[in-house]
Design a protein around this ligand. Structure first.
Ligand code: FAD
Ligand code: SF4
Length: 558
């Protein structure tokens, strides 16, 4: 550290030194000296150290706005702690590492100097330690980075820059269609935020799915077609589902898969099905395949679930979007073009676009607005430990077994599996939100905190008391039965509320309502549920309470 401070002092004195050394090198005052020349005379060797994080793999990012390959160096750190601060799925780690290595190779092809710090070389290096080592080596005048999507990483950058007393230039992330400032302005001082109004603004502002002489009317006369997008598959099941494209593993991916299998052997999940785009080229193939083959049927059945059907008609684009291999504007434009050219069903295309232009942008805005409180929010004061079967799928509840097993196999579950199976169980089983949030951050390949936390703590667990949802997302086993075939292979019966064969999803749902009867009776969005509860006989309610108590006391046994 002493060496680093000494070098940093050199960097600080750079301004005064520069004139003298420029003259030594024959450069005119004010003219910049290249990295190589700087190295030759043993002075600070780079202007900007550009920190590129694992989810910032975008050649057009603001980090490169004034990039000068003769003056600047990129640093990318593969930090073990990024896989261990939550016990990450092997596929999640593999995806980040492979995509980072591919991106670094692309930068190097452009003759950009990249200090790429591999996990198997710098074994236990943290992000901070990696950046400090790079600072010591390259002695930059300043550090440049685009807004991190995780406050923990942002904090680490601040601490690093303060430690070495270097200016830190954090630049806005242009990948997003709504800046943090614009979102904060839209939210104002409102206590409760609603995605729907934000989404309408975004539609107007970006001219997406609009019509009318002033282009200010929603296409089709309606902003939201959600009610048409909630169909189940019916008894006959999903039928033929076009498969997503297969991505052959090149040498980089093969190396990474071997590395992860070796270094993270005890971590959850499988690498066997690893088939995520790791370059922009592959991400574009994934986008085309979705638009050509699955967008037309995406809408109506996007909430439906079926044993053995991991992906359905879903786009599988979240990883490419979150790593910034794809731009949300191009995804939205591709869907809009397909709607017009192929005369697709507006409800389905609107439903898809809403997820990206609406929910995705909204969640990012809320994350930065509500952190750090969001990380510790626990509206209901739930304290139960996460059942161990969340890491194994070893439970008798078939809906949870199927969803968790699929998650471990692929690092993927679709929105309703996350919200209405693993999330809903979490809230009615009174699991401490932070434990479940950490699980989501660990097991999904698309998990980055800015999008994971608001979805989990805010949407699924109501941990922030309904900041942007009007009611907790809870339902009985009847919902699971309607939307899937999970109940067919289950040892429990969805319609049984208590006693032998009672479905824990159902029992815990009624128990949850029972425990919050007054509050939910006063909320127009939940009052109907309470009406149904009050129709029950007292002894039935008592039996539910007793069974629920037993279940809550031993969630691992379910
Ligand atoms: P599709 O169903 O095809 O949707 C299209 C795109 O819309 C997605 O790729 C995604 O970019 C976006 N999108 C859809 N829903 C949301 C949403 N609620 N918030 C933000 N973007 C959305 N998404 C993540 O990207 N990372 C996460 O860590 C994550 N954690 C979640 C945790 C919970 C509890 C819940 C309920 C949802 C979570 N989501 C998360 C949102 C959503 O489930 C995933 O984006 C989606 O399942 C990814 O699959 P897909 O690409 O096939 O999406
Ligand atoms: Fe899930 Fe209950 Fe259906 Fe079993 S019966 S799959 S526990 S909802």
């Amino acid at each position: 550290m002493r060496g680093l401070r000494a070098r940093n002092d050199v960097a600080q004195g750079l301004g005064e030194e520069l004139g003298r050394r420029e003259i030594l090198l024959g450069a005119l005052p004010g003219q910049q000296i290249s990295c190589v020349e700087r190295e030759e005379i043993g002075m600070s060797t780079c202007r900007h150290l550009v920190v590129v994080l694992g989810d910032q793999l975008n050649h057009d990012s603001a980090a490169f706005d004034d990039f000068d390959a003769t003056l600047d160096v990129v640093v990318m750190v593969e930090a073990r702690e990024e896989s261990t601060h939550v016990w990450s799925h092997k596929a999640r780690t593999a995806l980040f590492l492979s995509a980072m290595r591919h991106f670094a190779a692309e930068l190097q092809d452009k003759k950009i100097r990249v200090d790429y710090r591999k996990l198997d070389v710098h074994r236990d290096e943290s992000l901070q330690a990696g950046w400090l080592a790079a600072i010591e080596q390259h002695r930059p005048e300043s550090i440049v980075c685009v807004e991190p999507g995780d406050m923990r990483v942002w904090q680490a950058l601040n601490v690093t820059a303060a430690k070495v007393r270097l200016p830190l230039d954090i630049r806005a992330d242009r990948h997003f269609m709504c800046s943090r400032d614009a979102f904060a302005k839209w939210a104002g001082t409102s206590k409760s935020l609603r995605m729907e109004f934000f989404y309408r603004n975004m539609r107007r502002e970006h001219g997406v799915l609009m019509e009318g002489t002033k282009n200010d009317e929603p296409l089709g006369g309606q902003w939201n077609f959600d009610s048409e997008n909630r169909k189940s598959f019916g008894k006959s099941g999903p039928g033929f589902v076009p498969q997503p494209p297969q991505f052959a593993h090149d040498e980089i991916t093969r190396d990474v898969l071997a590395l992860v299998a070796r270094e993270f052997a005890a971590h959850p999940g499988s690498l066997e099905n690893f088939n995520w785009p790791v370059t922009r080229g592959e991400a574009l193939i994934a986008l085309k395949s979705f638009i050509d083959d699955r967008l037309d049927a995406f809408g109506p059945h996007q909430d439906a679930m079926w044993v053995g059907m991991a992906f359905g008609w879903h786009s599988l684009l979240s990883t490419s979007l979150n790593l910034k291999l794809l731009d949300p504007r191009e995804v939205i434009a591709a869907a809009e073009t397909a709607l017009q050219k192929r005369k697709l069903d507006l409800a389905g295309v609107e439903g898809f676009i809403r997820q990206i232009l609406g929910w995705r942008e909204f969640m990012r805005g809320v994350y930065f607005l509500d952190m750090p409180a969001m990380k510790t929010d626990n509206h209901f004061g739930h304290k139960n430990a996460l059942p161990t079967w969340y890491w194994t799928g070893d439970t008798g509840m078939n809906c949870l077994k199927q969803t968790v097993t699929q998650t471990l196999d692929y690092g993927y579950a679709h929105h309703i599996q996350r919200l209405m199976i693993t999330g809903m169980f979490g809230i009615t089983a009174e699991i401490e939100p932070q434990q479940l949030c950490d699980w989501y951050l660990a097991v999904y390949v698309d998990a980055v905190e800015w999008v994971e936390l608001p979805n989990t703590a805010g949407m699924a667990l109501f941990a922030n008391g309904g900041r942007f949802t009007s009611k907790p997302y809870v339902a009985s086993g009847a919902y699971v039965k309607r939307m899937s075939n999970y109940c067919n292979g289950c040892r429990y019966k969805p319609e049984i509320k208590s006693g032998p064969g009672a479905c824990p999803v159902t029992t815990l749902y009624w128990n949850f309502l029972d425990g919050h009867e007054k509050t939910f009776a006063a909320n127009p969005r939940t009052s109907l549920m309470i009406k149904n509860l009050t129709r029950m006989a007292d002894d039935e309610r008592a039996a539910i309470r007793a069974d629920a108590r037993q279940m809550l006391g031993n969630l691992d046994a379910l």
